[in-house]
Design a protein around this ligand. Structure first.
Ligand code: 2HG
Ligand code: ZN
Length: 456
């Protein structure tokens, strides 16, 4: 695609910087980078460039800045809000080749990982050294460290460890002028001005390109127990999670509902989890250095109602219990292009929201399929709606307004991306948005990085 001044000149300069094998211009090859995982977001890039070092990233940034071509940083492309999909004519800067992993630093329980390292590889690497990485999520085989930092990914263990921002000790990043900020020494205390690593977490590629991160690690527990519990509804799940929070070993509390489980079973061939079709199913997991089974059993037995419960401690059996929860995303995608509404509510408003949102969606989008699941311990529900056309955002609007009325947030963990930009002012004040715009202007005055994402 020859633009003004000729794409070839830009491509030639990039080839000189990173090598011909790493500048992709074939439309068929580029297609997988231009479209998001859900199929709702589609762009048309000028080319895809895959630098292999931080110095090459800096060169790419300088080359694109000199000709005013926008850059969309991309990792595993597992985001769900269109945050890594390019505007027409932008360059996709793919970080996958920055996949170096330092040896685990056992003294500090930290590791330095390149932006392109997948979560699964990071988990294996630190596991072999007797430690764990606190963040886990279903897209672990594709999601990468750089993207997880840039989106401040949440996942399954937030209630125990916090999200990605809580694990980032430092980052290395390339700025819009090609300069490199490097804070990878692993200092636990370093009170020297603005917290740039913290600021880059959740910046969605709009401020700088994250090229590596220094990450905090957690203990690798010898004992782990997973329980699946059939319940009458979300209020019962919230009551139970409130009791289980007293367990220091509680690591995950996930919720799903009967209609979603039906869709998972139809798509995957899994059997129903219980002989009874419970309206709501809670999954909890505890992990500790000593066996947490008795503590979990005692807490469950103390519940006011008898509970239908399936429990597993061995790895394969636990993975089996997780499969009904983890396979929701692919099962939803299999029935159509979803509107993904990742929202968070004050815990006290969650049950009211859940009972109000279903009839609201039916009113706005009659006949649509609604699948709700999520991280109940964090007040985070994933409202997935299949039916409305990808560009019909009526259902998005209605759900976000209901969230705002309950004093929640329109994004719990997926970010704003392209999907939610238009609703940022529902839960952020004009002064708040002006402060964010000023930060963007200070970091990226030319609007080089990820235009069209995050800020209105
Ligand atoms: C999860 O919790 C992810 O599995 C994806 O955040 C959520 O597919 C979704 O809506
Ligand atoms: Zn989630």
């Amino acid at each position: 695609m020859a633009g003004a001044g000729g794409v070839d000149l830009l491509a030639e300069q990039l080839v000189a910087a990173v090598g011909a094998a790493h500048v992709l211009t074939d439309p068929d090859v580029m297609a997988g980078f231009e479209r998001d995982w859900t199929g709702r977001w589609q762009g048309r890039a000028r080319l895809v460039v895959r630098p292999g070092t931080t110095a090459e990233v800096a060169q790419v940034v300088q080359i694109c800045a000199a000709v005013g071509v926008a850059i969309v940083p991309q990792g595993g492309n597992t985001g769900l809000v269109g945050g890594a999909v390019p505007d027409a004519g932008a360059v996709i800067l793919h970080l996958g080749r920055l996949d170096h992993l330092d040896p685990v630093d056992l003294t500090s329980a930290q590791v330095t990982a390149g932006a392109g390292v997948t979560l699964a590889r990071l988990q294996d690497h630190v596991g072999a050294a007797g430690l764990a990485f606190p963040v886990d999520l279903a897209a672990r085989d594709s999601a990468t460290v750089g993207g997880m930092v840039a989106t401040n990914a949440g996942g399954l263990h937030v209630l125990r460890y916090g999200g990605m921002r809580s694990q980032v000790v430092g980052v290395e990043a390339v700025m819009a002028n090609g300069g490199i900020v490097r804070r990878l020494d692993g200092l636990i205390k370093d009170n020297t001005g603005y917290d740039l690593p913290g600021l880059l977490c959740g910046s969605e590629g709009t401020l700088a390109v994250v090229t590596a991160a220094r990450l905090r690690l957690s203990p690798l527990f010898a004992h782990r127990v997973t329980a699946l519990i059939g319940l009458e509804g979300l209020p019962a799940a919230l009551d139970l999670v409130a009791r289980l929070r007293t367990l220091t070993s509680l690591e995950a509390a996930e919720v799903m509902f009967a209609s979603g489980i039906d869709i998972v079973c139809a798509h995957t061939g899994l059997p129903a989890p219980f002989p009874v079709r419970y309206p709501c199913v809670l999954l909890v997991e505890c992990a500790a250095a000593t066996d947490p089974v008795d503590d979990l059993a005692a807490a469950l037995l103390a519940a006011p109602e008898p509970l239908d419960t399936a429990v597993a401690t061995a790895g394969a059996a636990r993975a089996g219990l997780w499969s009904w929860r983890e396979r929701h995303t692919e099962a939803v995608n299999a029935i159509g292009v979803p509107h993904k509404l990742d929202v968070t509510l004050p815990l006290g408003s969650m049950a009211a929201f859940e009972s109000e949102v279903r009839p609201l969606i039916e009113k706005v989008a009659p006949g649509a399929t609604t699948v709700i699941f999520g991280h109940v311990g964090d007040g985070n529900l994933h409202v997935n709606v299949v039916g409305p056309a990808p560009d019909d955002d009526g259902v998005d609007d209605a759900v976000f307004r209901l969230v705002a009325a309950h004093h929640g947030s329109i994004s719990a963990e997926h970010g704003i991306g392209r999907a939610k930009r238009g609703w940022l002012d529902l839960t952020r004040s004009a002064d708040d948005i002006a402060a964010m715009a000023a930060i963007k202007m200070a970091f990226d005055p030319g609007g080089l990085f990820n235009p069209g994402v995050l800020l209105p």
